[in-house]
Design a protein around this ligand. Structure first.
Ligand SMILES: [Fe+2]
Ligand SMILES: [Fe+2]
Length: 363
């Protein structure tokens, strides 16, 4: 009779087990009858897991990235003889790697945090895998910064105490870069949950385009063998990251909302301001720097250039940065994204408000 449980159903509902000695307790259908689903899964949790694959191209990119083909430990560090440089040259070379570490040294944590985010937001499997491979690459890039700095200035950048005024200026500037690095990280931690995937990826693309350009230029220009090889390898990784960002954007850009387009415009300005700290010169918008910073920076970079590091001139840097930005513009404008004004490098566009918490990209 409907509505009244049979004695067996009542027994199942009370969870009573089969009597001892009963040969086969219950069959699956009987157990299923009493089965209930757990409470709904919470938002922003890595569970439940799934292995959805929507973009085969991303899986191919991940497969190609499994073996990056190089290791920071296998670079020819034995050819980097600190004694072959003057004291100021050593401080200046280590200084540039210290500048770079504000960006490339943030890479591991930024992409690791984003990888966790892609699990929490249940992105398709290859997106998560690609972030894993980018994180692995960034750990390599950060290792190169560390090896270069500590070979030239043991204990550096901050536990090395330079003996010349130029060296002391270099250490002071790096402390200020790291001060801004702290501000960036605080903003990023809050920002990563705010933005949907298209916005995160457009911001990351900016970093990857910038870095691929930077390392390509320095690979060509440097006279120091271990750095030449390092720039080549890191540049190759950054180009691969750029490919990953493009593959994701190809899929998500055509479906942007009006709001998302406006956010991307602001993000590009924010990314430009942040990345100019290494690609060009740090603009005042975000960077909290002492009045001595820019003069000291120019002087130390001049010393590093004379030592053969391959730092481009300000004019070459402005030109490179401009070309990289125009590449981005060509990609984004067809999707109805308005480009912000970047007067620092002569690019016209919309004037947008700036919020330090909009900053997302690193290398
Ligand atoms: Fe990268
Ligand atoms: Fe990197």
């Amino acid at each position: 009779m409907e509505g009244i449980p049979t004695p067996r159903e009542a027994e199942l509902a009370r969870g009573i087990s089969a009597p001892p000695g009963h040969p086969a307790p219950y069959d699956a259908a009987e157990i299923l009858f009493g089965a209930a689903e757990p409470p709904p899964f919470p938002e922003m949790n890595v569970f439940p897991l799934s292995w959805r694959m929507e973009t085969p191209k991303l899986r191919e990119l991940y497969d190609a990235a499994r073996n990056p083909g190089w290791s920071p430990a296998a670079l020819p560090w034995q050819t980097l003889d600190a004694g072959a440089f003057t004291e100021d040259q050593r401080y200046a070379l280590a200084y540039w790697w210290g500048l770079l570490s504000t960006f490339d040294g943030s890479g591991p944590v930024v992409f690791a945090r984003t990888m966790i985010h892609t699990f929490e937001t249940h992105e398709e499997d290859p997106v998560r895998q690609c972030f894993f491979s980018i994180t692995r690459d960034e750990v390599n890039h950060e290792e190169v910064c560390g090896r270069a700095i500590t070979t030239l200035t043991p204990g550096g950048p901050l536990d090395h105490h330079p003996r010349t005024p130029l060296g002391q200026l270099a250490r002071n500037n790096i402390m200020w870069m790291y001060h801004n690095g702290c501000r960036y990280w605080e903003g990023f931690k809050k920002g990563v949950h705010k933005y949907p995937l298209p916005i995160l990826f457009t911001s990351f693309l900016m970093g990857e385009v910038a870095s691929a350009t930077l390392f390509h230029g320095m690979h060509q220009a440097t006279h120091i063998p271990v750095f030449k090889e390092a720039f080549r390898c890191i540049g190759q990784d950054e180009a691969r990251h750029m490919g990953i960002c493009l593959a994701v954007l190809e899929k998500v850009l055509p479906a942007l909302t009006e709001d998302q387009r406006a956010t991307i415009t602001r993000q590009i300005r924010a990314g430009f301001v942040f990345l100019s700290g290494i690609l060009y010169e740090p603009p005042a918008d975000f960077w909290e720097l002492p009045p001595t910073f820019r003069d000291a920076n120019r002087l130390i970079e001049e010393e590093a250039r004379a030592a053969g590091l391959g730092i481009l001139t300000m004019e070459e840097r402005a030109e490179n940065w401009r070309n990289a930005i125009l590449k981005m513009k060509g990609l984004l404008e067809p999707h109805g994204i308005v480009f912000p004004a970047l007067p620092e490098i002569g690019i016209d566009g919309q004037t947008v408000a700036f919020d330090p918490e909009d900053i997302i990209p690193v290398f």
